[in-house]
Design a protein around this ligand. Structure first.
Ligand code: FAD
Length: 298
């Protein structure tokens, strides 16, 4: 298939294990990097005309792709990385492109003495991915500091939603799979740069202490349940350290599945199913995935 007139890069048959933090997954038919919004609209149009399904990928830190791969076009805005800060009476508003690294945005904000997001430091991935997932850590969720989100829908129309209309909940938002987040407008307030830097370092150190950062993973696999940490259920049913192939429930933090080297998506998915089954049978609780499974059925 031809992607005529696209100015960005188009890759074919890309191994998704190279583009996801879990490091599993077969080939995706196409991976496309639009260079701007007009290019993105063209990509969406061509995919639509040719009947190729689309998926939007940030840094792939919350998705697990199946071993057979995906017959889709994976669209990534990660070549469009922009941040614009504008001073306000209380601090600043920052307009940040969806493909920008969240960590880079937070570092830049703190460098400017702007507070709000420092507790999210260390969450891997892009600003777009974090908005879509309403990422959060240490009691803060990214949506709390958003004023509005600009997105493109499946009909290539650009729209803006105020925070209240974005449908944010715990690790979820109302953006559909055919809407791509182009940018977020953040409200930040003035803070003490030295103190903010210290806080960033503190949360990063906490992560390294609690999470198995030394292995590939997709972060927390399951959502917490009614305020109870998901790992407590996994621990309760005795699955800490349980292993299928090279996929293993982390000893350090049982809500992480780590790839010990050569795990397949099938290993990871089998572990997820095992956890759900044991927790339901032994405790009567249904665990819900926080990670997204792409093409993992069958
Ligand atoms: C070691 C580790 C630690 C983690 N810790 C945390 C944590 O503390 N808190 C937390 O919340 N998460 C955590 N995560 C999970 C993950 O990093 C977050 O969910 C992150 O925000 C995902 O960003 P991403 O760019 O990688 O998104 P991806 O994984 O690429 O995509 C995730 C979802 O967002 C969609 N998406 C991505 N970009 C866009 C876009 N521009 N427009 C529309 N949709 C888009 C994708 O289609 C998909 O549905 C962790 C992951 C790892 C590996």
């Amino acid at each position: 298939m031809e992607w005529k007139g696209i100015r960005g890069q188009v890759l074919k048959n890309v191994a998704m294990k190279r583009y996801t933090s879990m490091k599993v997954g077969g080939p995706a038919r196409y991976m496309v990097y639009p260079v701007d919004h007009a290019d993105l609209a063209k990509v969406i149009g061509i995919a639509e005309d040719k009947g190729v399904a689309r998926r939007f990928l940030g840094n792939g830190t919350n998705v697990i792709v199946g071993d057979r791969g995906l017959d889709d076009a994976i669209i990534r805005m990660t070549k469009v990385r922009q941040m614009h800060f504008r001073k306000t009476a209380e601090g600043a508003v920052a307009e940040v492109a969806g493909g920008t690294s969240l960590a880079r945005f937070i570092r830049e904000s703190v460098e400017r003495g702007l507070a709000g997001l420092e507790k999210l430091y260390g969450i891997p991935g892009t600003v777009g991915g974090a908005i879509k997932m309403n990422a959060g850590s240490f009691g803060v969720q990214i949506s709390e500091h958003l004023r509005s989100v600009t997105y493109m829908d499946g009909l290539k129309r650009i729209g803006e939603r105020q925070r209240q209309a974005c449908g944010f909940g715990y690790r979820t938002s109302g953006f559909t799979s055919s809407e791509i987040i182009l940018s977020g407008l953040f409200e930040l307030h003035d803070g003490d740069k030295a103190r903010l830097k210290k806080e960033m370092e503190r949360v990063r150190a906490e992560r390294w202490k609690k999470h198995p950062m030394e292995f590939p993973s997709a972060g927390s696999v399951f959502k917490n349940i009614g305020g109870n940490p998901a790992w407590t259920y996994i621990d309760k049913v005795g699955l800490r350290g349980f292993r299928i192939g090279d996929a293993c429930i982390s000893e350090k933090h049982p809500n992480f599945i780590v790839n010990l080297g050569n795990a397949t998506a099938a290993d990871v998915v089998s572990l997820i199913r095992k956890v759900k089954k044991e927790v339901y049978e032994q405790v009567g609780v249904r665990m819900e995935e926080e990670v997204e499974l792409w093409g993992c059925d069958g």
